[in-house]
Design a protein. Structure first.
Length: 383
């Protein structure tokens, strides 16, 4: 069986002189001085057969004559639904300390299984990637390397983009095994045409309220980098600490937040569509797990439900189905329909199968303990 569309991870390489270096998998061969920053994205094109294709990404490295420099890493793995990213490049990370020089290859480390959910299905299938596709490196991980058709010349202070194409038409699945998984470079022009979405945890500083002529802005400091955030007129603010939202929820310096929106990879400016204020203990989001997906089943006797995942953060459920436990302190918020897209408080009892949800909480032992559940009705998309 073969897929009928294209999927790509995107890496915008932005070289900036004298950036502090970050740890990596060894220094690349360099013929010139200086270091740079690699801005990492994941994206794809429409996938007709599946509503969800979950891949777990652990690291990305640029190679020079067999020596690799790490540009992205995630200890627990970043789970990404490739099928949800049609026409979109999803920001993953910024990474400093990329040596200037010539790079001839890319190496990607992923989980050795992918989760597939067929269109109009409420269950997922786990497919194992044939070890011959890459190199097994332990911990159920697989490294896949490929040569760049044209070596990437990176000079100090220059800009470049690298698009790594997961070529879905070339995927071959036999039963529950992925026997072929070709990866290659994709064009710069295709990357430039994508919308760049982001979902970033961090801490607020330098908050400047809106005026009659300017939007509110703040600095977001995160393990993924430092960003300037601009609020939009339709932006939603939801305070997980007390359940307030809309005009009742206000941002302050020192707040720990999750910001969603679009990002300009050159200026590192985020145009925010929603901001979630997190509990004080959730410094830079390290204690918060995030899940987006579709409610698969609801168990009112135990106040729990299962979600077929679209995207996950700070958690890893390889099957694609997550059990969510609600408690007496869980806040349920309903997103309304229409132009206003208003928010209202609701309860567990209003939860229905088939609904789209955003969930924040803590993940342990395969259970997500929900602190906040945002129920998104069908209608205008709300990020």
């Amino acid at each position: 069986m073969k897929f009928r569309s294209m999927t790509a991870f995107f890496f915008g390489v932005i070289l900036i002189g004298a950036l502090a270096g970050c740890g990596g998998g060894g220094g690349g061969m360099s013929s010139s001085s200086g270091t740079g920053r690699v801005v990492t994205y994941v994206a794809d094109s429409p996938l007709n057969q599946y509503s969800s294709v979950l891949v777990t990404l652990y690291s990305v490295e640029l190679g020079s004559q067999g020596t690799y420099t790490q540009t992205f890493s995630s200890t627990n793995g970043a789970s990404v639904n490739l099928a949800a990213l049609s026409g979109v490049a999803e920001f993953l990370n910024t990474y400093g300390g990329v040596p200037a020089g010539t790079y001839d290859s890319v190496r990607v480390t992923i989980g050795n299984t992918i989760s597939l959910t067929p269109v109009n299905s409420t269950s997922s299938v786990t497919a194992t990637i044939n070890p011959a596709v890459g190199t097994a490196v332990g911990n159920n991980e697989l490294q896949i390397a490929f040569k760049l058709p044209t070596p990437m010349q990176i000079a100090n202070g220059t800009n470049a983009n690298l698009a790594v194409d997961f070529n879905l038409p070339g995927f071959v699945i036999n039963g529950n095994n992925v026997d072929q998984m070709p990866i290659q470079e994709q064009s710069e022009s295709e990357f430039q045409s994508e919308t760049k979405n982001c979902r970033i945890y961090g801490q607020v500083s330098n908050y400047t309220p809106a005026t009659s002529s300017t939007a509110a802005t703040f600095t977001l400091t995160s393990p993924r980098g430092t960003f300037l955030v601009t609020e939009t007129s339709g932006m939603q603010i939801i305070d997980q600490t007390n359940g307030s939202f809309g005009t009742s929820a206000t941002l302050q310096n020192g707040d720990n937040v999750l910001v969603k929106g679009t990002i300009d990879p050159t200026t590192m400016t985020i145009t925010a569509t929603s901001v979630f204020i997190l509990p004080p203990q959730a410094t830079n989001g390290t204690a918060v797990a995030a899940l987006e997906g579709t409610v698969q089943s609801v168990d009112s006797s135990s106040n729990s439900f299962t979600v077929l995942a679209d995207d996950m953060e700070n958690m890893n459920a390889s099957s694609g189905v997550v059990t969510v436990q609600a408690g007496s302190q869980t806040k349920f918020i309903q997103v309304g329909l229409g132009e206003g897209l208003g928010l209202s408080q609701t309860t567990f009892a209003s939860l229905k199968t088939g609904e789209k949800v955003d969930i924040l909480g803590t993940y342990s032992g395969s259970i997500l303990d929900a602190a906040m559940v945002r129920i998104k009705n069908e209608g205008p998309t709300v990020e």
